[in-house]
Design a binder for this molecule. Structure first.
Ligand SMILES: Cc1ncc(COP(=O)(O)O)c(C=O)c1O
Length: 442
């Protein structure tokens, strides 16, 4: 029987929705029932322009035939193969293709099922790497204020979003944080990389002096922080972090869960900024968001440190039942082929200046206190309503949805990250509709 696309569930109670105002949502549900290319279809039959690539993940747009067909084919041929002590060709093929587009010097792929798992994997790898080299005192992990590294214990410990941490107990020990780089007083309305703030990377020297380099395993940062409301790295900042970590034998992990797969107009942020980390965490755009999959990409140096001892012995006691799942791997290959055939990373780079212009035209509209952009990422920061933080942006989100565009909000920041297939008229529609919303916002 064909799916009744108009049907809405009669009881919304059982599903406890993630990162959602459940009670508000269930009073006035917002449901998508279909999607194609740049648009969602709502349960009441409206078309909504996707200004966020789902959750920063559908970089090639929605329901792309090549990906759908690859999943269908793989599901019918080899649905699952044990991930431990057994293999299947598709996961190996995807790993090779990932390495092809990764920065030179990144040579190995460890599969996970999400960004959060990629982060946990990378943090564990960092600690175990030093131990494997006889440097077992290096156990500390350094994150950054306002960082988002998913929701597992390691990720929220190195992360720096207060609401994601404060009700979950004592978290991991041995963690410290760099200051964030959001400096609106000096950088507001910057286009692309802000001028000021590279010196904030020097705080790592202070942290090293405090704890001793010989106790620090890794520094993890998002090259461009997305989920906290789009915070950009000041010019020279990432280069400094790389230099300081290298000087002290500390691994540098780039969390590329949103910056990976073309968001900045290059395969990864590491290439965009020309800064090579020791590990990169990925997910989301790896399968165009269609099937859960993540991957940690590492240098040979990290990988090879584990390849010691008798060769019948497991080298790393870590992995997931679904690591390199055949259907996810097939989706990954089809996704990378779609990116390549349609030159979507190049397309994102080519349209980014138009995006920047359109976005910055919102300057001067009511409540707008900052606008930030990079690649196909944009943020509009609003002055919060006094005593009611987050309400103004959330109202903007609801009004935008009513007017047919999907945006995201964090605090009082509106974030946008359209699929890389977005056209100029669609950028005009997205930004024009948002302008209309901002004008009517209380
Ligand atoms: C930088 C970063 N790391 C990790 C994650 C977590 O990914 P997931 O929700 O797939 O666990 C996200 C999700 O937005 C992210 O932006």
């Amino acid at each position: 029987m064909p799916l009744d696309r108009k049907a809405t569930p009669n009881d919304l109670n059982a599903f406890w929705m993630p990162f959602t105002a459940n009670r508000q949502f269930k009073k006035a549900p917002r449901m998508f029932v279909a999607a194609r290319d740049m648009h969602y279809t709502t349960s009441d039959g409206r078309q909504v322009l996707d200004g966020t690539a789902g959750l920063w993940c559908c970089n090639a747009g929605h329901c792309r035939p090549r990906i759908t067909e690859a999943i269908q084919r793989q599901a019918a041929e080899l649905d699952y193969a044990p991930a431990f002590q057994m293999g299947h060709p598709v996961a190996f093929e995807l790993a090779n293709r990932l390495i092809e587009i990764a920065p030179k010097g990144i040579d190995h792929v460890f599969y996970t099922n999400s960004g959060s798992e990629s982060v946990e994997t990378a943090l564990k790898l960092a600690i175990a790497y030093h131990r494997a080299r006889g440097d077992g005192a290096r156990t500390r992990l350094i994150g950054r204020e306002r960082g988002y590294h998913g929701v597992n214990f390691g990720g929220i410990s190195v992360g720096g979003i207060v609401n994601n941490r404060k009700v979950f107990g004592t978290l991991l020990g041995g963690v410290d944080h760099l200051p964030h780089t959001h400096l609106p007083a000096v950088n507001a309305f910057s286009r692309g990389q802000p001028e000021h703030g590279a010196n904030l990377a020097d705080e790592l020297e202070r942290i090293v002096a405090l704890h001793g380099a010989e106790t620090i395993a890794a520094v993890i940062v998002e090259p461009v922080a997305g989920s906290t409301g789009v915070i950009l790295p000041p010019k020279g900042y990432l280069e400094k972090l790389r230099a300081i970590t290298r000087k002290h034998g500390i691994l540098l992990i780039f969390d590329e869960v949103i910056t990976g797969f073309g968001r900045l107009g290059a395969p990864f942020a590491a290439q965009y900024f020309n800064v090579l980390p020791d590990m990169m965490t990925t997910a989301k755009g790896l399968t165009n968001g269609v099937i859960p999959m993540g991957a940690v990409l590492t240098t040979a140096e990290v990988h090879d440190a584990f390849m010691t001892g008798p060769d019948h012995m497991i080298e790393l006691f870590h992995g997931y039942t679904y690591s390199g799942n055949p259907i996810a791997s097939a989706a990954g290959i089809a996704t990378l082929e779609t990116y390549r055939e349609e030159a979507l990373f190049e397309r994102a780079a080519a349209i980014a200046p138009y995006w920047e212009e359109a976005l910055h035209a919102l300057k001067g509209l009511p409540h707008v206190i900052d606008i930030r952009n990079m690649g196909l990422i944009g943020a509009v920061e609003l002055e919060p309503i006094a005593g009611e933080p987050t309400r103004r942006a959330f109202n903007a989100f609801l009004a935008a949805f009513d007017k047919g565009i999907l945006i995201r909000t964090t605090g009082d920041i509106i974030a946008m990250s359209p699929p890389l297939i977005v056209t100029k008229p669609q950028i005009d529609e997205l930004i024009g509709t948002l302008a209309g919303v901002l004008k009517t916002l209380a």
